[in-house]
Design a protein around this ligand. Structure first.
Ligand SMILES: *[C@@H]1O[C@H](CO)[C@@H](O)[C@H](O)[C@H]1NC(C)=O
Ligand SMILES: *[C@@H]1O[C@H](CO)[C@@H](O)[C@H](O)[C@H]1NC(C)=O
Ligand SMILES: *[C@@H]1O[C@H](CO)[C@@H](O)[C@H](O)[C@H]1NC(C)=O
Ligand SMILES: *[C@@H]1O[C@H](CO)[C@@H](O)[C@H](O)[C@H]1NC(C)=O
Ligand SMILES: *[C@@H]1O[C@H](CO)[C@@H](O)[C@H](O)[C@H]1NC(C)=O
Ligand SMILES: *[C@@H]1O[C@H](CO)[C@@H](O)[C@H](O)[C@H]1NC(C)=O
Ligand SMILES: *[C@@H]1O[C@H](CO)[C@@H](O)[C@H](O)[C@H]1NC(C)=O
Ligand SMILES: *[C@@H]1O[C@H](CO)[C@@H](O)[C@H](O)[C@H]1NC(C)=O
Ligand SMILES: *[C@@H]1O[C@H](CO)[C@@H](O)[C@H](O)[C@H]1NC(C)=O
Ligand SMILES: *[C@@H]1O[C@H](CO)[C@@H](O)[C@H](O)[C@H]1NC(C)=O
Ligand SMILES: *[C@@H]1O[C@H](CO)[C@@H](O)[C@H](O)[C@H]1NC(C)=O
Length: 403
């Protein structure tokens, strides 16, 4: 909703707009009418740039300009989308809905032919996979936070042959991931559904893929060993699934990987040492798995990361002659056999990253002495000082009394 202030701003703009602007190329009157039916203020030229809240974007045709992009957000639930309005808006290449709980209508074929980008975030009640599947000319599809009624993902994207950017997340989809995805795709986000089965090996042939998120699903099986073939990949998230087996060594062959989140799975085996040779890595989350052995990283690698998490791997430990407990890694230090030193009975079992760990209590380590000495020193000095104070008061008292 517009505040009174922005409304008055609009009004002022309207009043001060010289009438000569009509001689300039303005929006097609039919499209102006369509915008009005969608409660979009048209008192100022919707084609002026930048448009109010970036709602509209036009071409520069004459005598009338046409809309290329329309973004509806925070719509009233009374708003209705009509076929007639959409028919007038068939020049749109991008149509975005965010927080617009309106009912979807059948799109005119001209609009279907023209649309390249369709975004629906928490919008369009009762959206179905079949309805989406008609938008075959899309290069960008984003559907997020929308419970979709669809028998699977393939129904939706199977006929969209030009997709480069696909997000279908938090959409209540289940079943298996589709095997075939167009080879030019750069972005895949299927997070927050109930997909099961394995990660299709065919995905590792997507040479242009920069972003892959399959997190928050029910995928199992192992990470394909060919994952290292994703030469363009920058972000990989497989978090919160049931993926098992080892982390393939090949991931360290992905040259530009910046972000890797494999947390909350059932990954086992040891952590590949090669990960520390990945020059671009900034975010590494391996928490809550079943990884074991000695953490193969040094401080200069861990220090180069913005995010590093390994807690919640009970069989994983760090070499305390290489890494300090102050890093609060949330894992136990290793004994000389490369096994975690068990936390003492009755103590917090998690080695979590809240506060200093107290392994010094039973670890025969020189650090112990250093750690405890300052406390003893402070205590000693304060006892001595207060003793002197008491003695002084006593003496003063004595001197007064004795006179
Ligand atoms: C506006 O719509 C009317 C009726 O639908 C049509 O006859 C007219 O040509 C349209 N005008 C433009 C500029 O497209
Ligand atoms: C407005 O849209 C343009 C083009 O779509 C985009 O580059 C720009 O960042 C947007 N501006 C805002 C404030 O959202
Ligand atoms: C929509 O509403 C949200 C939250 O109320 C607000 O942050 C956002 O700026 C609004 N967007 C527009 C385009 O009005
Ligand atoms: C997709 O776009 C092309 C032009 O880019 C057009 O010829 C074709 O008819 C469109 N497909 C559909 C189903 O509208
Ligand atoms: C999610 O999908 C299940 C079936 O897979 C269905 O029973 C449930 O109603 C859906 N939830 C929503 C919010 O649509
Ligand atoms: C999903 O769509 C099918 C057929 O289109 C319909 O029979 C079913 O009731 C719908 N389910 C929900 C939860 O809307
Ligand atoms: C992928 O892109 C290349 C060039 O960008 C193009 O020649 C090729 O036809 C595209 N492939 C598909 C399947 O769209
Ligand atoms: C990719 O990872 C980087 C580094 O962690 C992060 O800043 C960025 O937001 C991620 N990109 C997306 C699209 O999530
Ligand atoms: C890892 O788990 C798989 C089954 O999920 C098992 O076959 C394999 O032996 C395990 N490897 C290690 C090193 O524990
Ligand atoms: C830390 O590990 C990296 C990668 O394994 C290595 O290149 C580097 O020399 C090591 N640094 C130190 C101080 O040991
Ligand atoms: C810990 O590191 C030291 C020094 O690099 C090495 O001698 C020792 O074997 C390592 N301990 C384990 C358990 O890997």
């Amino acid at each position: 909703m517009s505040s009174p202030l922005s409304l008055s701003c609009l009004l002022i703009l309207f009043i001060t707009t010289p009438t000569t602007s009509f001689s300039k190329s303005t929006l097609d009157p039919n499209q102006t009418k369509a915008l009005e039916s969608l409660n979009i203020p048209t008192s100022t030229d919707p084609c002026s740039e930048p448009s109010f809240h970036n709602v509209t974007f036009c071409d520069s045709a004459t005598p009338f300009r046409h809309l290329l992009s329309l973004s509806l957000s925070n719509c009233s639930s009374y708003l209705t989308l009509t076929f007639t309005a959409l028919k007038s808006l068939s020049t749109l290449q991008a149509l975005h809905f965010q927080n617009c709980p309106i009912a979807p209508v059948t799109f005119p074929s001209e609009l279907i032919a023209s649309l390249k980008s369709f975004v629906c975030i928490n919008s369009l009640r009762k959206l179905t996979g079949v309805w989406l599947s008609h938008l075959v000319n899309l290069t960008d599809l984003t559907v997020s936070n929308v419970p979709l009624n669809a028998s699977g993902l393939l129904v939706i994207i199977g006929r969209m042959k030009k997709l480069k950017y696909i997000t279908v997340s938090y959409a209540n989809l289940s079943g298996f991931l589709p095997n075939f995805i167009d080879s030019n795709v750069t972005h895949i986000d299927f997070s927050g559904n109930q997909f099961k089965g394995s990660i299709p090996t065919s995905y590792t042939r997507l040479d242009s893929l920069e972003f892959l998120s399959l997190s928050y699903n029910s995928l199992d099986d192992e990470i394909p060993t060919s994952i290292g073939d994703l030469i363009s990949l920058k972000n990989l998230s497989l978090a919160s699934n049931y993926i098992s087996g080892a982390i393939p060594d090949s991931v360290s062959a992905i040259p530009g990987l910046v972000h890797m989140d494999l947390s909350s799975n059932k990954l086992n085996g040891s952590i590949p040492k090669f990960l520390s040779q990945m020059k671009n890595l900034k975010h590494l989350n391996l928490a809550n798995n079943d990884l074991h052995g000695v953490l193969p990283f040094n401080l200069s690698f861990i220090g180069s990361l913005e995010v590093f998490r390994v807690s919640g791997n009970i069989n994983l430990c760090y070499n305390h002659s290489i890494l300090s407990s102050k890093l609060r890694l949330g894992i136990a230090p290793c004994n000389k056999h490369g096994m975690p030193i068990l936390p003492p009975r009755g103590k917090d079992l998690s080695w979590d990253d809240t506060g200093d760990s107290d392994y010094d209590d039973y670890e025969e380590d020189a650090a112990k002495e250093h750690r405890h000495r300052p406390h003893k020193l402070v205590l000693g000095v304060s006892i001595a000082l207060s003793s002197i104070g008491i003695l002084g008061i006593f003496l003063l008292f004595c001197i007064k009394r004795c006179h």
